[in-house]
Design a protein around this ligand. Structure first.
Ligand code: AVJ
Length: 321
């Protein structure tokens, strides 16, 4: 995912991918400094994110799973018979299994992800567990249009985008992404999307600044990754994790704040930090049911239904277009 949604630079398509280095150089040269949240997820970062999902303060994963458990049958019923279900950014199959269990006549399940090895391993596991399910993985970056497998033919299409990943995109970029989903899925599609809800600032901020410091480690791992992959000279101890709710923008912001004046190097280029200067590493936008519907409408999607958990922490929307 690319929260800033800058689009691929031509360099991204070359066999030697300089995307990470160029993005880091660009972000550290900017004022204020920023890095894309898509770079959190190397092997160590993905494991730390898994740990985050089990934290007592991090409610989104639990709340969404609860919605899928309690309303899975109703959500699945939004899909016309014989649909193909396309999951954008399919990491684990934990969430989609809660829909698949109610979708016995599915034409195909099409998980889409940039990480081919993981995708194929998950697909294999799913085929073993649900015999008769056609699993058709596609290795692609879902922020750009791509072709669905020809084997799904003229089956009705439904998209699945759980986890509030949509929250990583600035609103105008989120509209563009929802429009791209419409382009990929074609006419008369359905879309099931998980969206985190606005709530008490204390609850929101605790979810992104947990007592055990796992989110801090997740954020700081970005500096360790730059050191590992781009010959960076960051001293992670010289930075601290900061997360706060920006109410005007309705988003959690994560930053890495420099304790002191310092200079660091990334692949031979030097960058200066003043004491207190930060790198903005993530936005996680929070919506109301109404504000998300208004956003989706800008991309041509009409709300059909919405489900929330009993505490009103999280929402799962069904849209059509
Ligand atoms: C994976 C983008 C949904 O915004 O809650 C968790 C990422 N960052 N803790 C979120 C995240 C810090 C997460 N998303």
């Amino acid at each position: 995912i690319n929260p800033r949604f800058e689009g691929a630079s031509p360099i991204d398509d070359l066999p030697c991918d300089h995307g990470f280095l160029n993005d880091v150089w660009e972000g550290l040269s900017a004022k204020p400094k920023f890095l894309s949240a898509k770079y959190f997820y190397d092997a160590a970062g993905s494991e730390l994110f898994e740990d985050i999902t089990g934290l007592p303060e991090y409610y989104p994963t639990r709340a969404e799973l609860r919605i899928l458990d309690e309303h899975g049958a109703a959500i699945a019923a939004v899909l016309p018979a014989g649909s193909a279900l396309v999951e954008f950014g399919a990491g684990s199959t934990v969430k989609v299994r809660r829909l698949l269990q109610h979708l016995t006549d599915l034409r195909a399940y099409v998980p889409v992800d940039v990480s081919g090895d993981f995708l194929r391993a998950q697909a294999e596991e799913l085929r073993r567990d649900i015999p008769g399910l056609a699993v058709e993985p596609v290795v692609a970056d879902f922020t750009h249009p791509f072709a669905l497998p020809a084997s799904i033919g003229d089956a009705p299409r439904a998209g699945f985008f759980p986890g509030s990943t949509i929250g990583n995109f600035q609103p105008d970029e989120a509209v563009r992404l929802l429009d791209i989903f419409g382009t990929i899925l074609g006419e008369d599609a359905r879309l099931i999307v998980g969206v985190d809800l606005v709530k008490d600032t204390d609850v929101l901020e605790a979810a992104y600044d947990d007592a055990a410091g796992v989110t801090a480690a997740f954020n700081l791992n970005l500096l360790a990754r730059i050191n590992r992959e781009l010959a960076g000279s960051f001293e992670p101890d010289n930075f601290r994790h900061r997360a706060f709710f920006n109410a005007e923008a309705s988003r959690i912001e994560m930053h890495l704040v420099s304790h002191r004046d310092q200079e660091i190097e990334v692949a031979g280029r030097r960058f200066g930090f003043a004491a207190g200067e930060s790198i903005h590493t993530e936005n996680s936008y929070k919506y109301s049911v109404e504000s998300f519907r208004a956003l989706a409408a800008k991309a041509g999607w009409t709300a059909c239904d919405v489900w929330t958990d009993p505490e009103g922490l999280f929402s799962v929307h069904a849209l059509t277009r």
